[in-house]
Design a binder for this molecule. Structure first.
Ligand code: GDP
Length: 197
């Protein structure tokens, strides 16, 4: 899929205020600093459509972008940021869980994880939650430029081993690097295929 246009639509913290249009929607989420803004900018070929975070955990909003006038890309806040207060974490959890439970337009989520790290409980818990709530998702491994191919394989394997302990199948996954523009076409083609079905 070629990205011909990418426009910011709105930011808000309430799923009830998200765009009313029934365009298919894809949500990107992951831990703060995982490389989400960079990935969104790579996918859309825009330098700063999503703001790369100088201050992680700061932007606690649901951000809608209209792509090619026919689908929404949603930039969700980063989770697992240690330095926000407990009450801020609770509020965050509430509006994110509400988003996933109520947003009918959501076709699939993309959960971003840094390929350099071993599977982290916060990410595994979040994937388990999505699974329990019947929300389709793919895993996007980020920062693949930081590891050699064998190490990438090993880290993906670690994820497979853990996820397959509880699930029948490994979710769809993508290996990406925003610095080296890796995985861009794979993710966009996948979205294109889902949009056509
Ligand atoms: P966000 O907080 O998840 O939106 O993450 P950002 O996109 O702001 O990126 C966090 C940090 O990781 C920044 O210093 C980026 O330059 C860096 N980063 C993001 N993507 C990549 C990547 O693909 N490769 C490398 N080497 N660094 C990256």
């Amino acid at each position: 899929m070629k990205i011909k246009s990418a426009e910011f639509v709105m930011s808000n913290s309430d799923v009830a205020k998200c765009p009313k249009s029934m365009l298919p929607e894809y949500a990107f989420i992951g831990r703060s600093n995982v490389g989400k803004s960079s990935l969104i900018n790579m996918l859309t070929s825009r330098k700063s459509l999503a703001k790369t975070s100088g201050r992680p955990g700061k932007t606690q909003l649901i951000n809608h972008f209209l792509i090619n006038k026919n689908w929404h890309l949603v930039d969700l806040p980063g989770y697992g940021y240690a330095r926000v207060s407990k009450s801020a974490k609770k509020t965050f959890q509430k509006f994110i869980t509400k988003y996933f439970d109520f947003r009918e337009q959501l076709v699939s989520a993309f959960v971003l994880v840094d390929i350099r790290h071993t599977p982290q409980p916060v990410d595994l818990d979040f994937m388990a939650w999505l699974g329990e709530h019947g929300i389709p998702f793919s895993i996007v491994f980020t920062k693949a430029d930081k590891l050699r191919p064998l190490a990438i394989e090993k880290h993906v394997e670690d994820y497979k081993n853990i996820l397959l302990e509880t699930w029948e199948d490994m979710p769809n996954y993508f290996i990406t690097s925003s610095s080296k523009t890796i995985g861009k076409d794979d993710v966009l083609e996948y979205i294109n295929t889902l949009n056509e079905n």
